[in-house]
Design a protein around this ligand. Structure first.
Ligand code: NDP
Length: 270
């Protein structure tokens, strides 16, 4: 029987993860089934336990269950522990292992796909929610010069920096409007684009050559990408990050790394 995996969320019908994992499995000759799994808002734990009982080998976790998944895991990998959030569960040997591949996926998309090295770079991270939290350690591991975290609710950004106090010399906090200077990379990890909002940062955060990445993706550029383009940045949406985080999860489950370029190209076809 094929090994079974799924992505758990609520809502979940829109998820592209089954397409991505089916493409990886076909390319790598791996015998697996990957489905969407809608969990009731108050039924995440019961859903996960049901999957374990049915012999599933693992699952991805998406909105709004990433924090609950971190609490449910019987063991957390260091990057999931640092993020306080889990997007990948591995069911093995009676354990529920939690990991977080969102941040590594983001870094892979910037460094490998966009060809932008992060060492000694100045990075502006907009947002301090789960996605920003997951991105922080993998970004720091690239040895940037500085990461400024700007958020609508300043206290949340301050808490995030406190949680990473070991790296305090590299981190700074700001309100959106108060961000100073320009940046080599600007990452929109807010969910503002969902509401067609742009975090109100000054346009001077961009300089020619800045890479502006919105973690959100859709059929057309987000309002943040339009804003960044207008001010001279080159832009990316979050589809590359999505494919790369899936590849990282595939490695954890199957022990082989799928090629992401062909899958990303096919996902971009209308
Ligand atoms: P959270 O709900 O945990 O955090 C939301 C963040 O956005 C907070 O910092 C919040 O600020 C901020 N925010 C919300 N609305 C606005 C607004 N109108 N203006 C300014 N800031 C706002 O969400 P996540 O961190 O999980 O997700 C953030 C985004 O990243 C989503 O769009 C999600 O789809 C995307 N994502 C993409 C992935 C990919 O693979 N491409 C993977 C993971 C996430 P405050 O603290 O003030 O509330």
């Amino acid at each position: 029987m094929s090994d079974r995996y799924c992505v758990i969320g609520n809502p979940i019908a829109h998820s592209k993860s089954p397409l991505i994992h089916a493409a990886f499995a076909a390319a790598m000759g791996q015998d697996l089934i990957y489905e969407r799994c809608l969990a009731p808002l108050d039924g995440f734990e019961a859903t996960v336990r049901g999957l374990v009982d049915q012999g599933y080998r693992g699952a991805n976790v998406t909105v709004p269950f990433k924090l609950e998944a971190a609490r449910l895991a019987t063991r957390l990998e260091p990057r999931a522990h640092a993020a306080g959030a889990v997007n990948t569960l591995i069911f093995a040997n009676g354990e529920i292992v939690g990991d977080n591949t969102d941040g590594p996926g983001l870094v892979a998309d910037i460094v490998r796909n966009a060809g932008v090295a992060l060492k000694d770079k100045r990075i502006l991270l907009l947002g301090a929610g789960g996605a920003a939290r997951g991105a922080l350690l993998p970004l720091l591991l690239q040895a940037p010069r500085q990461i400024v975290i700007a958020n609508r609710t300043l206290a949340t950004a301050e808490r995030l920096v406190q949680d990473f106090s070991k790296h305090a010399d590299k981190l700074a906090v700001s309100g959106f409007a108060e961000v100073e200077g320009s940046f080599d990379v600007v990452i929109n990890a807010t969910s503002a684009s969902l509401a067609s909002d742009v975090p109100p940062v000054p346009p001077t955060v961009f300089h020619p050559g800045t890479l502006a990445l919105d973690m959100m993706y859709g059929n057309k550029p987000t309002v943040f990408m339009d804003f960044a383009t207008l001010h001279g940045a080159s832009v990316r949406d979050g589809l590359g990050m999505l494919v790369e985080q899936a590849a990282e999860a595939f490695v954890l489950w199957r022990g082989v790394r799928p090629d992401t370029a062909a899958v990303l190209t096919s996902m971009r076809q209308p």
